[in-house]
Ligand binder design. Structure first.
Ligand code: SAM
Length: 268
């Protein structure tokens, strides 16, 4: 399939995602399904349909097909432990201001975990000015995040008392329980579509105390990762933290950052 290269190029140029050659079979089978569904006759026709779609929705379908939205509450346990241990020195106590960015928030478990964590551990939580920016490239997944409705399986690892305190439990017409994040948690979070590769970082005017950029850099090649890390560096100060996923790393030769704990970085 020589068209694979065309799709590879499209997704790299428009989204920054590096589609590895070994994903060829997976992508091929997904695309074949769409060719049937859309009543098209070739990969080329599908390519044209995606490339000429100004709304970007077709491209998003492609992104959703090759990336995963897998996430969970309180993922990467050591990072939550680290925060708990360093809570007193992490934030600006004088101004009582906290700004955190969940930079590929998927269906919302990450930003909701952040607020729940702060509510549980930060002394005098109500006296702080707290805002969480939660972004993702996918509008569809953000809708899910904004709704904040989760299944029993989604919340199965959450301690019962936390679940009861921060979620409303609702039974649907089939008697199946769903768990809805309470408004008093939601109100701290601003959800926005943002592409980490092509997005305009200059619109962020202030420093973030923490940037969560977890399990998304794996889709980018090294130059794209470096470009993203450079952008983050402009939005962090010496006390800020950058959290990445456990299967990700920042190149040892990148002297902008220093590792302070597994998958946790500070500016050098
Ligand atoms: C595996 S999820 C990670 C969710 C969460 N950060 C975590 O670690 O649990 C990856 C997310 O990255 C998003 N994504 C992929 N490419 C992106 C890009 N260029 N800019 C922003 N988000 C992107 C996907 O839509 C997906 O929701």
């Amino acid at each position: 399939m020589s068209e694979f290269k065309m799709f590879q190029k499209l997704i790299y140029n428009d989204v920054g995602i590096s589609l590895a050659d070994h994903k060829r079979t997976l992508v091929q089978s997904r695309l074949r399904k769409w060719i049937r569904e859309f009543g098209l006759s070739s990969y080329e026709e599908l390519y044209e349909k995606i490339a000429s779609d100004k709304s970007g929705q077709m491209l998003m379908l492609l992104v959703n097909a090759i990336t995963t939205n897998v996430t969970s509450f309180f993922r990467e346990e050591n990072q939550w432990i680290y925060m708990q241990e360093h809570l007193n020195e992490m934030f600006d106590v004088k101004n009582r201001r906290i700004r955190i960015w969940s930079a590929a928030c998927s269906s919302g478990q990450e930003p909701y975990s952040i607020i729940i964590f702060l509510k549980e551990h930060l002394k005098n939580f109500d006296e702080w000015d707290i805002k969480i920016l939660a972004t993702d490239i996918s509008e569809e997944i953000l809708k899910k995040a904004i709704n904040g409705v989760y299944t029993k399986k989604d919340v199965e690892n959450m301690p019962k008392n936390i679940l009861l305190k921060h979620f409303n439990s609702i039974k649907d017409s089939n008697g199946i329980s769903t768990f809805v994040v309470k408004d008093e948690i939601k109100k701290y979070i601003i959800f926005r579509v943002f592409n980490l590769v092509t997005g305009d970082f200059s619109m962020f005017k202030n420093y973030f105390n923490i940037v969560f950029c977890r399990n998304v850099m794996i889709y980018f090649d090294r130059p794209t990762q470096n470009q993203l890390l450079e952008q983050f560096a402009k939005l962090l100060n010496k006390k800020s933290l950058l959290f990445i996923g456990h299967s990700e790393s920042i190149h040892k030769k990148d002297y902008t950052y220093k590792l302070v704990a597994p998958s946790i970085y500070k500016l050098n």
